[in-house]
Design a protein around this ligand. Structure first.
Ligand SMILES: *Cc1c(COP(=O)(O)O)cnc(C)c1O
Length: 475
Protein backbone atom coordinates (compact mmCIF):
# COMPACT_ATOMS: atom_id res chain seq x y z
CA UNK A 1 0.00 0.00 0.00
CA UNK A 2 1.30 3.45 -0.89
CA UNK A 3 0.59 5.95 1.90
CA UNK A 4 2.00 9.48 1.37
CA UNK A 5 3.40 9.32 4.90
CA UNK A 6 5.82 6.71 3.61
CA UNK A 7 7.22 9.31 1.20
CA UNK A 8 7.70 11.98 3.83
CA UNK A 9 11.47 11.77 3.87
CA UNK A 10 11.82 11.69 0.09
CA UNK A 11 9.08 14.10 -0.93
CA UNK A 12 11.29 15.91 -3.43
CA UNK A 13 11.90 12.81 -5.54
CA UNK A 14 8.79 13.39 -7.62
CA UNK A 15 9.69 17.06 -8.07
CA UNK A 16 13.15 16.06 -9.26
CA UNK A 17 11.50 14.02 -12.00
CA UNK A 18 9.59 17.08 -13.17
CA UNK A 19 12.71 19.23 -13.05
CA UNK A 20 14.60 16.62 -15.08
CA UNK A 21 11.87 16.62 -17.72
CA UNK A 22 11.72 20.41 -17.93
CA UNK A 23 14.95 20.87 -19.88
CA UNK A 24 14.17 18.47 -22.73
CA UNK A 25 10.58 19.75 -22.93
CA UNK A 26 11.39 23.45 -22.98
CA UNK A 27 14.32 22.99 -25.38
CA UNK A 28 12.04 21.35 -27.94
CA UNK A 29 9.04 23.64 -27.40
CA UNK A 30 10.22 26.07 -30.04
CA UNK A 31 10.56 23.41 -32.74
CA UNK A 32 7.59 21.18 -31.90
CA UNK A 33 4.30 21.38 -33.76
CA UNK A 34 1.59 22.97 -31.62
CA UNK A 35 -0.13 19.63 -31.46
CA UNK A 36 0.98 16.16 -32.41
CA UNK A 37 -2.08 14.25 -33.65
CA UNK A 38 -0.15 10.96 -33.30
CA UNK A 39 0.15 11.52 -29.54
CA UNK A 40 -3.62 11.39 -28.96
CA UNK A 41 -3.38 7.68 -28.10
CA UNK A 42 -1.34 8.60 -25.01
CA UNK A 43 -4.52 9.93 -23.41
CA UNK A 44 -5.70 6.35 -22.93
CA UNK A 45 -2.99 6.11 -20.29
CA UNK A 46 -5.00 8.49 -18.08
CA UNK A 47 -7.89 6.05 -17.85
CA UNK A 48 -8.59 2.81 -16.04
CA UNK A 49 -10.18 2.25 -12.65
CA UNK A 50 -9.38 4.09 -9.42
CA UNK A 51 -6.35 2.11 -8.15
CA UNK A 52 -6.96 0.07 -5.01
CA UNK A 53 -3.26 0.15 -4.19
CA UNK A 54 -1.45 3.20 -5.55
CA UNK A 55 1.94 2.89 -7.21
CA UNK A 56 3.51 5.77 -5.32
CA UNK A 57 4.63 9.17 -6.55
CA UNK A 58 7.78 8.48 -8.65
CA UNK A 59 6.09 5.98 -10.97
CA UNK A 60 2.95 8.13 -11.15
CA UNK A 61 4.77 11.35 -11.95
CA UNK A 62 7.00 9.61 -14.50
CA UNK A 63 3.85 8.42 -16.24
CA UNK A 64 2.20 11.86 -16.08
CA UNK A 65 5.32 13.50 -17.51
CA UNK A 66 5.41 10.91 -20.32
CA UNK A 67 1.74 11.40 -21.22
CA UNK A 68 1.74 15.16 -20.64
CA UNK A 69 4.83 16.13 -22.59
CA UNK A 70 3.55 14.10 -25.53
CA UNK A 71 -0.18 14.74 -25.57
CA UNK A 72 -0.34 18.33 -24.30
CA UNK A 73 -1.30 21.13 -26.63
CA UNK A 74 2.03 22.92 -26.82
CA UNK A 75 0.26 26.25 -26.60
CA UNK A 76 3.08 27.69 -24.54
CA UNK A 77 5.28 27.51 -27.65
CA UNK A 78 5.69 30.27 -30.23
CA UNK A 79 3.07 29.32 -32.83
CA UNK A 80 -0.22 29.06 -30.94
CA UNK A 81 -2.06 32.00 -32.50
CA UNK A 82 -5.60 30.76 -31.81
CA UNK A 83 -7.70 32.84 -29.37
CA UNK A 84 -5.38 35.10 -27.33
CA UNK A 85 -2.97 32.78 -25.55
CA UNK A 86 0.31 33.75 -23.94
CA UNK A 87 3.18 31.54 -22.82
CA UNK A 88 5.09 31.53 -19.54
CA UNK A 89 8.25 33.57 -19.20
CA UNK A 90 11.08 31.61 -17.56
CA UNK A 91 10.78 33.72 -14.40
CA UNK A 92 6.99 33.33 -14.21
CA UNK A 93 7.13 29.60 -14.82
CA UNK A 94 9.78 29.03 -12.16
CA UNK A 95 7.85 31.23 -9.72
CA UNK A 96 4.78 29.12 -10.40
CA UNK A 97 6.78 26.11 -9.25
CA UNK A 98 7.73 28.06 -6.14
CA UNK A 99 4.02 28.74 -5.62
CA UNK A 100 3.35 25.00 -5.73
CA UNK A 101 6.37 24.26 -3.52
CA UNK A 102 5.22 26.65 -0.78
CA UNK A 103 1.52 25.78 -1.14
CA UNK A 104 0.37 28.98 0.53
CA UNK A 105 -3.20 29.60 1.59
CA UNK A 106 -3.43 32.96 -0.06
CA UNK A 107 -6.37 35.22 0.67
CA UNK A 108 -5.85 35.75 4.40
CA UNK A 109 -3.03 37.74 5.95
CA UNK A 110 -3.08 35.31 8.87
CA UNK A 111 -2.34 32.27 6.69
CA UNK A 112 0.21 33.90 4.40
CA UNK A 113 1.66 37.38 4.87
CA UNK A 114 3.99 36.36 2.04
CA UNK A 115 1.13 35.92 -0.43
CA UNK A 116 -0.67 39.07 0.76
CA UNK A 117 2.45 41.22 0.58
CA UNK A 118 3.38 39.84 -2.84
CA UNK A 119 -0.16 40.58 -4.08
CA UNK A 120 0.02 44.16 -2.82
CA UNK A 121 3.38 44.69 -4.53
CA UNK A 122 2.28 42.94 -7.74
CA UNK A 123 -0.83 45.13 -7.91
CA UNK A 124 1.20 48.27 -7.30
CA UNK A 125 3.68 47.34 -10.04
CA UNK A 126 0.88 46.48 -12.47
CA UNK A 127 -0.82 49.84 -11.86
CA UNK A 128 2.51 51.53 -12.52
CA UNK A 129 3.08 49.45 -15.68
CA UNK A 130 -0.38 50.30 -17.05
CA UNK A 131 -0.35 53.96 -16.03
CA UNK A 132 -3.25 53.54 -13.59
CA UNK A 133 -3.42 55.78 -10.50
CA UNK A 134 -1.52 54.37 -7.52
CA UNK A 135 -4.61 55.10 -5.40
CA UNK A 136 -6.68 52.48 -7.27
CA UNK A 137 -7.65 49.34 -5.40
CA UNK A 138 -7.27 45.95 -7.00
CA UNK A 139 -7.27 42.22 -6.60
CA UNK A 140 -5.87 39.23 -8.46
CA UNK A 141 -8.40 36.87 -10.02
CA UNK A 142 -8.24 33.50 -11.78
CA UNK A 143 -8.90 35.05 -15.21
CA UNK A 144 -10.21 38.07 -17.07
CA UNK A 145 -13.69 36.58 -16.95
CA UNK A 146 -13.43 36.76 -13.15
CA UNK A 147 -11.86 40.22 -13.44
CA UNK A 148 -14.86 41.40 -15.49
CA UNK A 149 -17.09 39.76 -12.88
CA UNK A 150 -15.20 41.62 -10.14
CA UNK A 151 -15.42 45.01 -11.87
CA UNK A 152 -19.07 44.59 -12.81
CA UNK A 153 -19.95 43.33 -9.31
CA UNK A 154 -18.38 46.52 -7.95
CA UNK A 155 -20.44 48.48 -10.48
CA UNK A 156 -23.58 46.66 -9.32
CA UNK A 157 -22.85 47.57 -5.67
CA UNK A 158 -22.33 51.20 -6.66
CA UNK A 159 -25.53 51.18 -8.71
CA UNK A 160 -27.52 49.59 -5.84
CA UNK A 161 -26.21 52.27 -3.48
CA UNK A 162 -27.46 54.97 -5.91
CA UNK A 163 -30.90 53.39 -5.40
CA UNK A 164 -30.44 53.23 -1.63
CA UNK A 165 -30.00 49.45 -1.61
CA UNK A 166 -27.11 47.42 -0.20
CA UNK A 167 -27.03 44.74 -2.88
CA UNK A 168 -24.42 42.70 -0.96
CA UNK A 169 -26.78 42.29 1.98
CA UNK A 170 -30.21 42.50 0.41
CA UNK A 171 -29.85 41.40 -3.19
CA UNK A 172 -31.54 42.82 -6.26
CA UNK A 173 -35.19 42.21 -5.35
CA UNK A 174 -37.31 45.33 -5.82
CA UNK A 175 -34.72 47.12 -7.93
CA UNK A 176 -35.23 47.96 -11.59
CA UNK A 177 -32.96 46.27 -14.14
CA UNK A 178 -29.42 47.68 -14.06
CA UNK A 179 -28.88 49.60 -17.31
CA UNK A 180 -25.70 48.42 -19.07
CA UNK A 181 -24.54 50.05 -22.31
CA UNK A 182 -21.72 48.97 -24.60
CA UNK A 183 -20.51 49.14 -28.17
CA UNK A 184 -20.45 46.05 -30.33
CA UNK A 185 -17.01 44.98 -29.12
CA UNK A 186 -18.46 43.58 -25.90
CA UNK A 187 -16.73 40.29 -25.03
CA UNK A 188 -18.93 37.32 -24.09
CA UNK A 189 -17.16 37.14 -20.72
CA UNK A 190 -18.76 40.45 -19.71
CA UNK A 191 -22.15 39.06 -20.69
CA UNK A 192 -21.37 35.97 -18.63
CA UNK A 193 -20.44 38.19 -15.68
CA UNK A 194 -23.81 39.95 -15.97
CA UNK A 195 -25.46 36.52 -16.12
CA UNK A 196 -23.75 35.35 -12.92
CA UNK A 197 -24.49 38.66 -11.18
CA UNK A 198 -28.24 38.26 -11.71
CA UNK A 199 -28.35 41.19 -14.10
CA UNK A 200 -29.06 39.00 -17.10
CA UNK A 201 -26.69 37.82 -19.81
CA UNK A 202 -28.54 39.57 -22.65
CA UNK A 203 -29.38 42.85 -20.92
CA UNK A 204 -26.42 44.91 -22.17
CA UNK A 205 -27.71 47.39 -24.72
CA UNK A 206 -25.39 47.37 -27.74
CA UNK A 207 -25.00 50.75 -29.42
CA UNK A 208 -22.91 50.25 -32.54
CA UNK A 209 -22.59 52.45 -35.59
CA UNK A 210 -21.47 49.80 -38.07
CA UNK A 211 -21.37 46.05 -38.64
CA UNK A 212 -17.84 45.87 -37.18
CA UNK A 213 -19.36 46.94 -33.86
CA UNK A 214 -17.71 50.34 -33.40
CA UNK A 215 -19.43 52.17 -30.58
CA UNK A 216 -22.03 54.83 -31.39
CA UNK A 217 -21.14 57.55 -28.87
CA UNK A 218 -23.97 59.86 -29.91
CA UNK A 219 -26.54 57.09 -29.43
CA UNK A 220 -24.98 56.30 -26.06
CA UNK A 221 -25.18 59.94 -25.07
CA UNK A 222 -28.87 60.03 -26.04
CA UNK A 223 -29.59 56.76 -24.21
CA UNK A 224 -27.93 58.07 -21.04
CA UNK A 225 -29.93 61.30 -21.24
CA UNK A 226 -33.16 59.31 -21.57
CA UNK A 227 -32.25 57.03 -18.66
CA UNK A 228 -31.60 59.99 -16.39
CA UNK A 229 -30.33 57.66 -13.67
CA UNK A 230 -27.25 55.64 -12.76
CA UNK A 231 -26.01 53.35 -15.54
CA UNK A 232 -23.00 51.17 -16.28
CA UNK A 233 -20.91 51.62 -19.43
CA UNK A 234 -18.60 48.88 -20.65
CA UNK A 235 -15.65 50.00 -22.75
CA UNK A 236 -13.73 47.39 -24.68
CA UNK A 237 -10.02 47.94 -25.01
CA UNK A 238 -8.77 45.25 -27.37
CA UNK A 239 -11.53 43.40 -29.20
CA UNK A 240 -10.76 39.83 -30.16
CA UNK A 241 -11.56 39.85 -33.90
CA UNK A 242 -9.25 42.65 -34.98
CA UNK A 243 -7.72 43.99 -31.77
CA UNK A 244 -9.54 47.31 -32.22
CA UNK A 245 -10.37 49.65 -29.32
CA UNK A 246 -13.36 51.63 -28.12
CA UNK A 247 -12.45 55.32 -27.57
CA UNK A 248 -12.00 55.01 -23.81
CA UNK A 249 -11.36 58.71 -23.21
CA UNK A 250 -14.66 59.63 -24.90
CA UNK A 251 -16.49 56.96 -22.92
CA UNK A 252 -14.96 58.41 -19.75
CA UNK A 253 -16.28 61.86 -20.79
CA UNK A 254 -19.76 60.39 -21.22
CA UNK A 255 -19.57 58.56 -17.90
CA UNK A 256 -18.47 61.74 -16.18
CA UNK A 257 -21.18 63.87 -17.77
CA UNK A 258 -23.97 61.42 -16.95
CA UNK A 259 -22.66 60.15 -13.62
CA UNK A 260 -22.29 56.61 -14.96
CA UNK A 261 -19.85 53.86 -13.95
CA UNK A 262 -17.28 53.01 -16.63
CA UNK A 263 -15.91 49.46 -16.66
CA UNK A 264 -13.14 48.72 -19.17
CA UNK A 265 -12.35 45.22 -20.41
CA UNK A 266 -8.64 45.59 -21.13
CA UNK A 267 -7.88 41.90 -20.95
CA UNK A 268 -5.01 42.10 -23.44
CA UNK A 269 -5.49 45.62 -24.81
CA UNK A 270 -4.42 47.28 -21.55
CA UNK A 271 -0.87 46.27 -22.48
CA UNK A 272 -0.96 48.96 -25.19
CA UNK A 273 -0.26 51.34 -22.30
CA UNK A 274 3.18 49.78 -21.85
CA UNK A 275 4.61 51.37 -25.03
CA UNK A 276 4.53 55.04 -26.08
CA UNK A 277 3.95 53.72 -29.62
CA UNK A 278 0.55 52.28 -28.68
CA UNK A 279 -0.47 54.04 -25.45
CA UNK A 280 -2.88 56.31 -27.36
CA UNK A 281 -5.10 53.23 -27.90
CA UNK A 282 -6.04 53.19 -24.20
CA UNK A 283 -6.00 56.91 -23.51
CA UNK A 284 -8.43 57.64 -20.68
CA UNK A 285 -8.31 54.16 -19.11
CA UNK A 286 -6.97 55.78 -15.93
CA UNK A 287 -10.38 57.51 -15.68
CA UNK A 288 -12.38 54.26 -15.65
CA UNK A 289 -14.08 53.12 -12.44
CA UNK A 290 -13.03 49.51 -12.96
CA UNK A 291 -10.61 47.77 -15.31
CA UNK A 292 -10.09 44.09 -16.07
CA UNK A 293 -6.92 42.50 -17.44
CA UNK A 294 -5.30 39.11 -17.79
CA UNK A 295 -2.01 37.77 -16.48
CA UNK A 296 -2.08 34.57 -18.49
CA UNK A 297 -2.39 36.34 -21.83
CA UNK A 298 0.06 39.12 -22.55
CA UNK A 299 1.83 39.18 -19.20
CA UNK A 300 2.91 35.62 -20.03
CA UNK A 301 2.45 34.11 -16.60
CA UNK A 302 1.08 30.56 -16.32
CA UNK A 303 -2.63 29.85 -16.08
CA UNK A 304 -4.61 30.90 -14.25
CA UNK A 305 -4.09 34.60 -13.68
CA UNK A 306 -6.20 37.75 -14.02
CA UNK A 307 -6.49 41.12 -12.30
CA UNK A 308 -9.18 43.69 -11.56
CA UNK A 309 -8.59 47.33 -10.65
CA UNK A 310 -11.09 49.78 -9.16
CA UNK A 311 -10.95 53.53 -8.69
CA UNK A 312 -12.58 53.40 -5.24
CA UNK A 313 -10.54 50.90 -3.18
CA UNK A 314 -13.35 50.50 -0.63
CA UNK A 315 -15.93 49.27 -3.13
CA UNK A 316 -14.41 45.77 -3.39
CA UNK A 317 -14.71 45.25 0.36
CA UNK A 318 -18.34 46.35 0.27
CA UNK A 319 -18.97 44.03 -2.67
CA UNK A 320 -17.13 40.90 -1.58
CA UNK A 321 -16.48 41.24 2.16
CA UNK A 322 -18.83 38.52 3.30
CA UNK A 323 -17.52 37.95 6.80
CA UNK A 324 -16.39 41.15 8.36
CA UNK A 325 -18.08 43.85 6.35
CA UNK A 326 -18.10 46.79 6.45
CA UNK A 327 -14.50 46.35 5.43
CA UNK A 328 -12.70 49.53 4.67
CA UNK A 329 -9.42 49.44 2.85
CA UNK A 330 -7.06 52.11 1.83
CA UNK A 331 -4.56 51.55 -0.95
CA UNK A 332 -1.75 51.83 1.60
CA UNK A 333 -3.06 49.01 3.80
CA UNK A 334 -0.67 46.12 3.65
CA UNK A 335 -2.25 43.61 6.04
CA UNK A 336 -4.95 42.85 3.55
CA UNK A 337 -7.24 39.87 3.49
CA UNK A 338 -7.58 39.62 -0.26
CA UNK A 339 -10.33 37.04 0.01
CA UNK A 340 -12.57 39.93 1.12
CA UNK A 341 -11.95 41.66 -2.19
CA UNK A 342 -13.03 39.06 -4.74
CA UNK A 343 -15.44 36.19 -5.25
CA UNK A 344 -12.99 33.52 -4.09
CA UNK A 345 -11.78 32.50 -0.69
CA UNK A 346 -8.83 30.13 -0.30
CA UNK A 347 -6.60 30.43 -3.34
CA UNK A 348 -3.09 29.80 -4.58
CA UNK A 349 -0.52 32.58 -4.28
CA UNK A 350 -0.94 33.69 -7.85
CA UNK A 351 0.91 36.92 -7.09
CA UNK A 352 4.26 35.14 -7.05
CA UNK A 353 4.64 34.52 -10.81
CA UNK A 354 3.45 38.08 -11.51
CA UNK A 355 5.91 39.50 -9.01
CA UNK A 356 8.73 37.40 -10.46
CA UNK A 357 8.15 38.22 -14.11
CA UNK A 358 7.90 41.96 -13.39
CA UNK A 359 11.02 41.83 -11.25
CA UNK A 360 12.91 39.79 -13.86
CA UNK A 361 12.07 41.84 -16.95
CA UNK A 362 10.84 45.17 -15.66
CA UNK A 363 9.03 47.88 -17.56
CA UNK A 364 11.53 47.88 -20.43
CA UNK A 365 11.33 44.12 -20.92
CA UNK A 366 7.56 44.32 -21.26
CA UNK A 367 7.76 47.37 -23.45
CA UNK A 368 10.14 45.50 -25.78
CA UNK A 369 7.80 42.50 -25.89
CA UNK A 370 4.67 44.53 -26.61
CA UNK A 371 6.47 46.49 -29.34
CA UNK A 372 7.88 43.30 -30.87
CA UNK A 373 4.45 41.69 -30.98
CA UNK A 374 2.90 44.84 -32.43
CA UNK A 375 5.60 44.86 -35.13
CA UNK A 376 5.00 41.17 -35.85
CA UNK A 377 1.25 41.74 -36.21
CA UNK A 378 1.98 44.60 -38.65
CA UNK A 379 4.47 42.37 -40.49
CA UNK A 380 1.84 39.65 -40.76
CA UNK A 381 -0.51 42.27 -42.21
CA UNK A 382 2.13 43.14 -44.85
CA UNK A 383 2.65 39.49 -45.76
CA UNK A 384 -1.11 39.06 -46.09
CA UNK A 385 -1.40 42.10 -48.35
CA UNK A 386 1.51 40.87 -50.47
CA UNK A 387 -0.12 37.47 -51.04
CA UNK A 388 -2.65 37.62 -53.89
CA UNK A 389 -4.87 34.92 -52.39
CA UNK A 390 -5.02 36.52 -48.91
CA UNK A 391 -7.14 39.51 -47.93
CA UNK A 392 -6.56 41.73 -44.91
CA UNK A 393 -9.99 42.50 -43.43
CA UNK A 394 -9.15 45.24 -40.94
CA UNK A 395 -6.25 47.52 -40.07
CA UNK A 396 -3.78 46.03 -37.58
CA UNK A 397 -4.15 47.94 -34.32
CA UNK A 398 -2.06 46.07 -31.79
CA UNK A 399 -1.43 42.31 -31.76
CA UNK A 400 -4.23 40.76 -33.84
CA UNK A 401 -4.27 40.41 -37.64
CA UNK A 402 -7.65 39.62 -39.20
CA UNK A 403 -7.65 38.16 -42.72
CA UNK A 404 -9.13 35.48 -44.96
CA UNK A 405 -8.25 33.25 -47.86
CA UNK A 406 -9.65 34.29 -51.23
CA UNK A 407 -10.36 32.40 -54.41
CA UNK A 408 -11.09 34.17 -57.71
CA UNK A 409 -14.76 34.02 -58.67
CA UNK A 410 -15.93 32.50 -55.36
CA UNK A 411 -19.15 33.83 -53.81
CA UNK A 412 -19.36 35.06 -50.20
CA UNK A 413 -20.82 31.81 -48.86
CA UNK A 414 -18.19 29.80 -50.78
CA UNK A 415 -15.42 31.88 -49.22
CA UNK A 416 -16.94 31.40 -45.75
CA UNK A 417 -16.98 27.64 -46.30
CA UNK A 418 -13.42 27.66 -47.66
CA UNK A 419 -12.14 29.63 -44.67
CA UNK A 420 -14.06 27.49 -42.21
CA UNK A 421 -12.40 24.39 -43.68
CA UNK A 422 -9.05 26.18 -43.68
CA UNK A 423 -9.41 26.86 -39.94
CA UNK A 424 -10.14 23.18 -39.35
CA UNK A 425 -7.24 22.13 -41.57
CA UNK A 426 -4.83 24.36 -39.62
CA UNK A 427 -5.80 22.77 -36.31
CA UNK A 428 -5.59 19.25 -37.76
CA UNK A 429 -2.19 20.01 -39.31
CA UNK A 430 -0.76 21.32 -36.03
CA UNK A 431 2.34 23.16 -37.29
CA UNK A 432 0.68 26.48 -36.43
CA UNK A 433 -2.61 27.14 -34.66
CA UNK A 434 -5.01 29.80 -35.85
CA UNK A 435 -8.77 29.69 -35.60
CA UNK A 436 -11.67 31.29 -37.35
CA UNK A 437 -14.14 33.92 -36.29
CA UNK A 438 -16.98 35.73 -38.01
CA UNK A 439 -16.08 39.35 -38.68
CA UNK A 440 -18.63 41.59 -40.39
CA UNK A 441 -20.42 38.48 -41.58
CA UNK A 442 -17.26 36.95 -43.07
CA UNK A 443 -15.53 33.82 -41.80
CA UNK A 444 -11.96 34.89 -41.14
CA UNK A 445 -8.72 33.97 -39.40
CA UNK A 446 -7.60 36.23 -36.56
CA UNK A 447 -4.21 35.14 -35.21
CA UNK A 448 -3.14 36.95 -32.03
CA UNK A 449 0.56 37.40 -31.25
CA UNK A 450 1.19 37.60 -27.49
CA UNK A 451 3.75 34.88 -26.76
CA UNK A 452 7.26 35.93 -25.68
CA UNK A 453 8.84 33.13 -27.74
CA UNK A 454 7.35 34.24 -31.07
CA UNK A 455 9.65 35.65 -33.76
CA UNK A 456 9.38 36.63 -37.42
CA UNK A 457 10.17 33.04 -38.51
CA UNK A 458 6.99 31.87 -36.79
CA UNK A 459 4.93 34.53 -38.57
CA UNK A 460 6.42 33.52 -41.92
CA UNK A 461 5.65 29.88 -41.21
CA UNK A 462 2.06 30.81 -40.35
CA UNK A 463 1.63 32.53 -43.71
CA UNK A 464 3.24 29.73 -45.67
CA UNK A 465 1.15 27.02 -43.95
CA UNK A 466 -2.06 29.05 -44.51
CA UNK A 467 -1.17 29.43 -48.22
CA UNK A 468 -0.24 25.76 -48.59
CA UNK A 469 -3.40 24.41 -46.94
CA UNK A 470 -5.59 27.08 -48.54
CA UNK A 471 -4.31 26.20 -52.03
CA UNK A 472 -5.03 22.53 -51.41
CA UNK A 473 -8.59 23.27 -50.25
CA UNK A 474 -9.27 25.77 -53.03
CA UNK A 475 -8.09 23.38 -55.78
C1 LIG B 1 -9.75 36.43 -23.37
C2 LIG B 1 -10.62 37.58 -23.12
C3 LIG B 1 -11.49 37.59 -22.02
C4 LIG B 1 -11.64 36.41 -21.10
O1 LIG B 1 -10.41 36.10 -20.53
P1 LIG B 1 -10.19 34.75 -19.69
O2 LIG B 1 -8.90 34.97 -19.03
O3 LIG B 1 -10.17 33.66 -20.71
O4 LIG B 1 -11.33 34.59 -18.76
C5 LIG B 1 -12.24 38.73 -21.80
N1 LIG B 1 -12.14 39.80 -22.62
C6 LIG B 1 -11.31 39.82 -23.68
C7 LIG B 1 -11.26 41.05 -24.53
C8 LIG B 1 -10.52 38.71 -23.97
O5 LIG B 1 -9.68 38.74 -25.02
Amino acid sequence: MADPLGERDRASEALDLVAAAAGPYLETLTSRPVHDPAAAGLLDGLGGELPEDGEGSPATIEELVRIGTGAATHSSGPRFFHFVVGGSTPAAQAADWVTALLDQVAGLWATSPLAAEAETVALRWLKDLFGLPATHGGVLTPSATYANLTGLAAARSWWGERHGVDVSADGLAGLPAMPVLSGGYLHPSSSKALQVLGCGRDTARILARDDAGRVDLAAMDRALTELAGPAVLIGNAGEVNTGDFDPIDELADLAERHGAWLHVDGTFGLFAAVSPQTAHLVRGVDRADSVAADGHKWLNVPYDSGVAFVRDPAVLGRTFGAWNAPYLQSAEDTRLNYNNLSAGSSQRARALPIWATLRAYGRQGYRAMVERHHDLALRLGELVEAAPELELLAPVRLCVTCFRYRKPGATGPELDELNRRLGEALLADGRVYAGTTVYRGMTALRPAIVNWRTTEDDIELLVSVVRELGARLAA
